[in-house]
Design a protein around this ligand. Structure first.
Ligand SMILES: [Cu+2]
Length: 166
């Protein structure tokens, strides 16, 4: 995979199995893979969750501070935890730090991008963008695929970048 260094930029490659990479002046690189969300029932209020896998391939820590998306103005990073035997989710405070070389997988029962009060349900087969906001002002946009959880087939470790763009 080719990693080009560029500042203040975001690549959108969309669709299944795609990877997105960015770099800033200092060489920090985060790869995003398997961005997906479950379809939601067509019942208001519409709440949903999106998942993805983030890998910090640089030698510096990065901090994911927030998310924005056109599907709702109430998007945030949540963490589900077991508290006294019950699953509870809470907004992540202080951002999500990803150490150099670390992979953080968002998945049901753990980290997720919480999508509250969406205007429309998420329909299987559709997709929508989410912008990841990192500390230092960097942003990165990814296309979230609505449907089943993608198979973890090893593509997340790179070597597989833009050939699926449509
Ligand atoms: Cu949540």
């Amino acid at each position: 995979m080719t990693i080009k260094k560029f500042a203040w930029a975001a690549l959108v490659v969309g669709v299944l199995g795609s990877n997105v990479a960015f770099a800033h002046d200092h060489g920090a690189v985060v790869e995003v893979s398997h961005p997906w969300a479950r379809a939601t029932p067509p019942v208001k209020p519409v709440h949903g969750a999106a998942y993805l896998t983030l890998t910090n391939t640089s030698d510096e820590a990065v901090v994911l501070e927030g998310v924005t998306t056109p599907v709702t103005d109430k998007a945030s990073i949540h963490e589900t935890q077991k508290v006294d035997g019950n699953m509870r989710m809470e907004k992540l405070k202080g951002g999500l730090e990803i150490e150099p070389g670390q992979t953080v997988k968002f998945a049901p029962g753990g980290y997720h991008v919480m999508l509250m009060d969406m205007d429309e349900p998420l329909v299987a087969g559709s997709h929508f963008p989410i912008t990841l906001e990192f500390q230092g002002g960097l942003t990165e946009q990814v296309e979230i695929q609505v449907g089943d959880e993608p198979e973890m087939d090893g593509h997340s470790m790179g070597g597989h970048s833009k050939e699926h763009a449509h």
